[in-house]
Design a protein around this ligand. Structure first.
Ligand code: C5P
Length: 313
């Protein structure tokens, strides 16, 4: 196969963060993963990934949390470039720059976003001259190999993730939901939170995970009050057990008028569903003033999945 890429050309992709409207977790499987019913919503906080042909694979990162991002081959963006290069039968010789705005290790799929973004950007570079460009299904399959949340970062919008979260069914959303995210100091390790879930549920009967019909109805209706009553995260007790101070952050947002408060995914970012943009500003200001988090961000959902936003010839 011949693949042509124009030296010096670059592609930029924008990728959203996610929040889990429901994260139903089943018992640990023999492979160590957990079966999930994971209702993903993409939110309007974005990383931007730019890839440029280079002598060899390298990663740089900018943004307030750039120093916490690994720049070696453990970065999902590097692994995405390697996996796609193998598919095209070429070397993964690109400079990947990550302009990071999604909280790092925060339970908002920031690392997964960078994997999906680098994959789409490299595909835009390499597919142009390829005799058989990768299909959307192939890209989603590579995403699933990279991590459980990576396929959703590519897809965006809203989706139910089953299996370990990688088998996606798109969901209908009937309106715009407003959120505030309280960013904690320091991250939480996803495997550690799942490990704590196992410890807390040991000896109990963990039911098979299922999406709640009331939650799916609330998403379809676009009604924030209905959605607030249906939000659920089975990892929340584990995240609170590892980081008890998050309870103060949750209480702060609730007293400031949030319709609902929950830990985002495996945490430690906490998510607050609010009525509208004005309520978002009020809750974000209260959280920032409280000293119970590092900062607070406002965002809306659903947001579009990974998309090419720029190309230089
Ligand atoms: O798939 P990903 O690499 O993002 O998963 C990170 C870790 O989170 C896994 O190694 C596992 O400990 C945990 N995990 C899990 N069940 C899932 C997804 C993730 O136990 N469905």
């Amino acid at each position: 196969m011949t693949v042509l890429s124009v030296p010096g050309s670059s592609v930029t992709v924008r990728v959203p963060a996610k929040v889990n409207a429901q994260l139903a977790v089943g018992a640990a499987r023999p492979d160590g993963f957990h079966d999930l019913a994971n209702v993903f919503l993409a939110v309007s906080l974005y990383d931007e990934i730019t890839v440029t042909p280079a002598e060899s694979l390298r990663i740089t990162c900018s943004g307030p949390d750039a120093d916490q991002v690994p720049l070696d081959r453990t970065n999902l963006a590097a692994r995405a470039a390697e996996a796609l290069a193998a598919r095209y039968g070429i070397a993964p010789d690109v400079h990947i720059h990550i302009a990071k705005d999604i909280p790092v290790a925060g339970g908002m799929a920031g690392g997964s976003a960078d994997g999906a973004g680098a994959l789409l950007a490299c595909d835009a570079l390499w597919s142009a001259g390829a005799s058989s460009p990768a299909s959307r299904e192939e890209l989603l399959a590579i995403c699933a190999e990279l991590g459980s949340d990576v396929p959703f970062s590519l897809l965006g919008g809203a989706a139910l993730g089953t299996g370990r979260g990688e088998l996606l069914t798109p969901l209908e959303v009937g309106g715009v939901f407003h959120w505030v995210f309280a960013v904690a100091d320091g991250g939480l390790s996803t495997p550690a939170v799942y490990g704590e879930f196992d410890r807390l549920t040991a000896g109990t009967d963990v039911p098979p995970p299922a999406a709640a019909p009331a939650l799916l109805d609330a998403l379809r209706s676009g009604d924030p009050t209905a959605l607030a009553g249906a939000l659920a995260n089975d990892l929340q007790p584990a995240a609170l057990s590892l980081r008890p101070a998050l309870a103060d952050t949750l209480a702060t947002g609730t007293s400031a008028g949030a319709l609902a408060a929950l830990v985002s995914g495996s945490g430690p970012t906490t998510a607050f569903l609010v009525k509208d943009e004005e309520a978002a500003a009020t809750v974000a200001a209260a959280l920032r003033a409280s000293g119970t988090c590092r900062t607070a961000r406002t965002a809306t959902s659903p947001a579009r999945g990974a998309v090419v936003t720029g190309r230089t010839p």
